[in-house]
Design a protein around this ligand. Structure first.
Ligand SMILES: C[S@@+](CC[C@H](N)C(=O)[O-])C[C@H]1O[C@@H](n2cnc3c(N)ncnc32)[C@H](O)[C@@H]1O
Length: 199
């Protein structure tokens, strides 16, 4: 596992323990069939792909993917998992290939989210499901002000992560119907299940 992957996991440890792990478990309980995860990172979701028959995961950063390789080879590694360095905005997969697409904490940093959403819609089967857990623009009055206020400094410091994206609206605009949506973490995290709109 690379230093970058280890540092990422260490940095996320507290959040994972007190919030994310529980949310990931709830989200991933809905996985079925052939699964694609975009922005796989160090593979925190890999042990939770319970009902998947096959899985593929892509990420822009090869260094992060080393963590996912480790997890896939661990005790949960009986599932066939293809791991590749690729851009979510240009997915190297055929039309209608997947039953489930997963993204967790990814749409904050994709440069052109609408391109990635169009790609996800392309590779997802018409009866497939798109599962997201994303940090977003605050949903309450105070959290919205706070994410808007913090965003410029955070982005300048961090370089890629947007604190105030309206991901649910972008998902709808891309031609998905959101079937379930819930807010967590004082309204700055949203968990969604969406399906492609017919037609
Ligand atoms: C905050 S990490 C989240 C990783 C993992 N999904 C998780 O839940 O722990 C965001 C990840 O999205 C990846 N990413 C950002 N933009 C991407 C893109 N255009 N295509 C593929 N991966 C991307 C980053 O490289 C990074 O690993």
């Amino acid at each position: 596992m690379t230093k970058d992957a280890r540092q990422y996991d260490r940095g996320m440890w507290l959040l994972e323990k007190f919030s994310l792990r529980r949310l990931r478990r709830a989200l991933l309980a809905q996985v079925r069939g052939e699964v694609l995860e975009v922005g796989l990172g160090t593979g925190a979701n890999v042990p939770l792909y319970g009902a998947a028959s096959r899985a593929a995961g892509i990420d822009m950063q090869a260094a992060r993917l080393s963590g996912a390789v480790n997890r896939a080879q661990g005790r949960h590694g009986r599932l066939p998992l293809l791991i590749a360095q690729a851009d979510a905005q240009q997915l190297p997969f055929a039309h209608n290939q997947f039953d489930t697409v997963v993204s967790t904490l990814v749409f904050c940093s994709i440069p052109q989210p609408e391109r990635a959403l169009a790609e996800i819609r392309r590779v997802l089967r018409p009866d497939g499901r798109f599962l997201l857990l994303e940090h977003v623009r605050g949903q309450g009055r105070i959290s919205r002000r706070l994410t808007d206020w913090l965003h410029p400094a955070w982005f300048a410091l961090q370089g890629e992560c947007h604190l105030n994206r309206e991901t649910a609206s972008a998902v709808r605009t891309a031609g998905f119907q959101i079937e379930q949506i819930s807010a967590h973490g004082w309204g700055v995290l949203q968990m969604m299940q969406a399906r492609p709109e017919s037609g």
